[in-house]
Design a protein around this ligand. Structure first.
Ligand code: GLC
Length: 729
């Protein structure tokens, strides 16, 4: 049956444009209408208008190009109704018309220090107005794409609801609810003026040391594919052959999760054919193409060395990006998958690739900026994402930049075209793909006035997903669920009151942050933010004694009574994103390095887990736990992490080991703002584990390692728990 279904799918693939995989006449005529419209626009464009479609700057790059300034732009966003002329100048938005730019983005951060929903909606509205007003452009350009990374709902916005990160969605196995939450994410993004979300990450994660593991759904290809499809369909909301939600992006193509040692932006050592590489890394792209994803983002990584960086096309003989776009890639089952949307680079991905390429070719003169962009565009990248903070050596942010303004990038691409490094045929293909996607978009944005209603829906769905994302790893003697009426004393151990830790990276700011500073007052209410500590107190009320034990506090009386006391502890990773979350491995210390550590980045090196993919109790916490356990008090431990962590180092007898010193252990991954409520409901039995989607919720999407040797697929010495594990109560 599989082959038969796939053969039908393969036929559908060749007819998919981007507006529905239907063979019905209506859509195919819509397809041809779109192609004709795009061709008409293209033929009326000037050369600079065509080139402007290939370049997408970040807002901060625009704002750092004189006479604009980030400070002035930020101040404008803080003052009521500044004039459009002022914004055009201060935020550099006039450059959108000046260079005929067809897209802008906000990257991971830092932001313009103005992350409210009104500020984002205002900034995107000004950009769109500038796109419509400056220089007579865009009679032809159908849409200004405004991109963002809503990795767990619209995480840029202060006060927004933030759902579980992707690894938690994997644990839910709930396709319907994932589709629903991404429809809400699309509406939230559109309300704030974003019509493009660079999600989902559909990496096949092969090493838990990778700092982006939590952006992956699962190591199970079937689960990965079904969630990728649900996520993309939820975001794009294709109706009547049009994308009425936001443009989605499957990323990062290809092999981002397969690098040696899990090194972010590293190298996939791969001996085998392109079909075999596709099977090991491309499963999600089969589902993404089937779901009509409109864009795909290219991976920073390389395949077999720095002469084969993906942003320069990967392995030369494979020409894998162009093959995927023009002929389709045939997998080891003989099925062909072709992508007809447009390829976007990652953030300064071309100039990063150039650094490693130059290092690998020391006898050649360093590539010039026109040569760099020509290599990427000829490798099949249709749009260049360029942001502030570029540096000629990506491992040394203090090295000189390749460019400081978007004008320099425009000039380089113009020169590459003028000197024939980029052909007219290639320019035509890239611009046509972008125009066809834009023409297939008809985003229906909800007005700001409906935002609070939308957030109420988001809170409900995010909470249910958070509950279904929890994994009960251990529950000795049916410790859980607890009976509230029997509890007179609660000892909170560890960081039990920190929303930043509960959300992880990509939360307000790129790296996220510890603390709950972004979730206070009205923002706490609108986001449904609840820490575990607040959740427990809300459930038990004021007639209970609450004590705290952590590295800086210990007010717990000794010898508390076992019958009326419970200890609730948290062990957690510090928030991180991308390479800042990579973990070394004592087994390969000589090859371990990290973009963050190589930068001498204090934040990274101070992380307790920077060498060990594990979590342990702090000695202060451990001695309190030993006292409690000697009195027979039950210990419940919750793990907040972006991935399975070694928590049972030397299982028996290690007083620092969360696993061996707890009666019950819940893996919560990064459950989002409603996580505290979800875990409280699970602890008191108001939510029963595996009571979610068809009984598969609350089960592990990745293996859980026993120790560091188990961390990678290379050392399968017997995990602590396999994929699919999860206790029910
Ligand atoms: C980052 C990430 C990518 C993200 C992009 C824009 O470096 O690699 O996933 O979408 O830049 O923020």
């Amino acid at each position: 049956m599989k082959n038969k279904v796939l053969i039908v799918f393969a036929l559908i693939v060749t007819t998919i444009l981007l507006i529905g995989c239907s063979s019905s006449g209506s859509n195919s005529s819509a397809n041809s209408q779109i192609i004709l419209q795009a061709q008409s626009i293209y033929s009326s464009m000037t050369e600079s208008e065509k080139i402007g479609q290939l370049i997408m700057p970040s807002y901060l790059l625009l704002a750092q190009s004189p006479p604009a300034s980030i400070t002035a732009c930020t101040n404008d966003l803080q003052t009521p109704n500044p004039s459009a002329a002022l914004i055009n100048q201060d935020c550099g938005l006039a450059q959108i018309g000046q260079y005929h730019l067809g897209a802008v983005l906000t990257g991971g951060g830092p932001y313009l220090n103005a992350p409210t929903v009104t500020n984002w909606a205002q900034l995107n509205a000004w950009a769109t107005a500038s796109h419509a007003r400056n220089g007579g452009w865009p009679q032809n350009d159908p849409l200004l794409l405004t991109g963002c990374d809503a990795t767990h709902l619209n995480m840029h916005v202060q006060g927004a609801v933030m759902g579980p990160q992707d690894i938690g969605l994997g644990a839910t196995h709930d396709l319907q609810l994932v589709d629903q939450v991404e429809q809400l994410a699309a509406q939230d993004a559109l309300t704030t003026g974003f019509n493009w979300i660079y999600m989902p990450t559909i990496a096949q994660v092969q090493d838990l040391r990778w700092g982006r593991t939590y952006e992956g759904f699962s190591s199970d290809p079937t689960l990965l594919k079904s969630l990728a499809a649900a996520y993309i369909e939820g975001l794009q909301i294709i109706q009547g052959g049009r994308i009425t939600g936001v443009l989605a992006t499957a990323k990062h193509f290809l092999g981002d999760g397969g690098t040696q040692y899990g090194l972010d932006e590293g190298n996939d050592n791969f001996t085998g054919t392109m079909a075999q590489f596709w099977t090991a890394n491309g499963q999600g792209y089969e589902a993404a193409v089937r779901a009509n994803v409109g864009s795909i983002m290219v991976s920073y990584s390389a395949i077999n060395g720095d002469n084969s960086r993906m942003h320069f096309g990967g392995v030369g003989s494979w020409d894998i990006i162009n093959t995927f776009k023009n002929q389709g890639i045939t997998d080891t089952d003989g099925q062909n998958y072709q992508f007809l949307g447009f390829m976007v680079s990652d953030w300064n991905g071309s100039t990063r690739a150039a650094y490693f390429y130059d290092q690998a070719n020391p006898t050649e003169p360093p590539l010039t900026l026109p040569q760099i962009y020509a290599k990427s565009i000829n490798a099949g990248i249709d749009m260049l994402m360029v942001g502030q903070g570029d540096s000629t050596n990506p491992l040394d942010p203090s090295s000189p930049p390749n460019f400081s303004t978007v004008g320099e990038v425009v000039q380089a691409v113009t020169e590459a075209y003028a000197t024939g490094l980029i052909s007219e045929t290639r320019l035509h293909d890239a611009v046509m793909r972008i125009l066809e996607v834009k023409l297939s978009m008809n985003p229906k944005s909800a007005p700001l006035s409906n935002y609070s209603q939308l957030q109420a829906q988001e809170r409900a769905v995010a909470l249910q997903l958070a509950k279904e994302s929890l994994i009960l790893l251990k529950n000795n003697n049916a410790t859980l669920p607890l009976t509230p009426s029997t509890i007179k004393n609660v000892v909170f151990i560890g960081d039990t009151d920190d929303l930043g830790v509960q959300n992880g990276g990509w939360t307000i700011n790129w790296q996220g942050q510890e603390g709950s500073q972004y979730f206070t007052g009205v923002d706490q209410i609108s986001s449904g933010a609840m820490t575990l500590e607040s959740g427990i107190i809300a459930a038990l009320g004021d007639n209970v004694n609450y004590y705290h034990v952590n590295p800086t506090e210990n007010d717990m009386p000794l010898n508390l009574n076992a019958e009326s006391t419970v200890a609730i502890s948290i062990v957690a990773e510090i928030p991180y994103a991308e390479y800042m979350g990579d973990i070394g491995n004592p087994n390969e210390p000589d090859v371990w390095y990290n973009m963050g550590a190589a930068n001498g980045d204090n934040l990274y090196e101070s992380l307790p887990q920077n060498q060990f993919l594990g979590l342990q109790f702090d000695p202060t916490e451990s001695s309190a736990i030993q006292n409690l356990r000697s009195n027979g008090v039950k210990i419940i431990t919750v793990v907040y992490s972006g991935r399975p962590m070694v928590i049972g180092q030397n299982l028996d007898g290690n007083p620092l080991s969360p696993m061996s010193n707890s009666d019950a252990v819940i893996a919560a991954f990064l459950p989002g703002t409603t996580g505290g409520t979800a875990i409280t409901d699970a602890i008191f039995g108001n939510y029963l584990f595996t009571s979610g989607a068809d009984g598969q919720s609350n089960t592990l999407p990745f293996k859980w390692p026993r120790d560091m040797l188990d961390v990678t697929t290379h050392f399968a010495l017997g995990n602590l728990f396999d994929v699919g594990y999860g206790l029910s109560d």
